[in-house]
Design a protein around this ligand. Structure first.
Ligand code: 8X3
Length: 247
């Protein structure tokens, strides 16, 4: 039984892959970077007695995603970690680049939906688990969050509706909503401005990708009749999107 992870080459996706690999799970890793995926495959297969397959997939390209699912049609998928997505920019809506807004919608809504749709069809065969990565941004919108917050609210809402539609199939849907996690999220959001990115995580103990991976794996390891529907994870020193106890 394989666990499929999107956005597997870095951040929460990569940390989840590492944690599951160490626990002996077979993995299917997808992301846009072939080189990073190849390195992970080699590392995991050298260290653990598992099978790791990887596919270079941009989840925003429907033809590529369809081709990917066709290629794995004979493999049993026990879990789908629907993690790919991201954030671009933190300007007021009226000042944001339209291109950035459409890119977020393409990845966080369209690509996410494509993986969820095809993924769920496969998970019904195995009574598996869909893990959607949302964000506190989808629960508590903040200034200059506009499209990013709205895409994460989409993830939160569709996760709940899938719970209704999948009732009786044995498929679990888990929505993981992290707060401040120190990955390359902010570097991407601020387009390589390291100072701005570092400032997000300065002066308090932020979360790591490993912290989130631990919660994902813990949720997966619950007995099949237990569905942790919505897990919100904050650093202890953060209480809201703009509320931090910084030193
Ligand atoms: C990441 C958390 O608060 O920067 O989704 O939007 S936040």
């Amino acid at each position: 039984m394989y666990t499929l992870i999107t956005g597997a080459s870095s951040g929460i996706g990569k940390a989840t892959a590492e944690t599951l690999a160490a626990k002996g799970h077979d993995l299917i890793l997808i992301a846009r970077s072939t080189a990073k995926l190849e390195r992970l495959q080699q590392m995991f297969m050298a260290r653990h007695e598992i099978d790791v397959k990887f596919f270079t997939v941009d989840v925003t390209d429907p033809a590529v995603v369809e081709d990917f699912f066709a290629q794995i049609q004979d493999l049993k998928i026990g879990n789908v970690i629907n993690n790919a997505g991201g954030c671009l920019g933190k300007d007021k809506f009226q000042d944001a680049l339209l291109e950035d807004l459409f890119t977020m919608i393409d990845a966080n809504i369209r690509g996410f939906t494509h993986i969820a749709h095809r993924g769920v069809q496969r998970l019904i065969e195995t009574q598996g688990t869909l893990v959607n990565i949302s964000s506190i941004a989808g629960i508590e919108p903040y200034p200059q969050g506009h499209v990013y917050c709205a895409t994460k609210a989409f993830v939160k809402t569709i996760s709940k509706t899938l719970r209704f539609d999948l009732m009786g199939t044995g498929v679990r849907v888990i929505d993981i909503a992290p707060a401040a996690v120190n990955t390359n999220f902010s570097k991407v959001r601020f387009k390589g401005d390291v100072q701005k990115a570092d400032a997000v995580y300065a002066g308090y103990q932020e979360l790591s990708a490993d912290d989130i991976a631990a919660q994902i794996v813990w949720a997966l390891e619950q007995p099949p009749h237990v569905n942790l529907e919505h897990i919100v994870i904050y650093p202890t020193a953060q209480a809201g999107p703009r509320d931090y106890a910084r030193e």
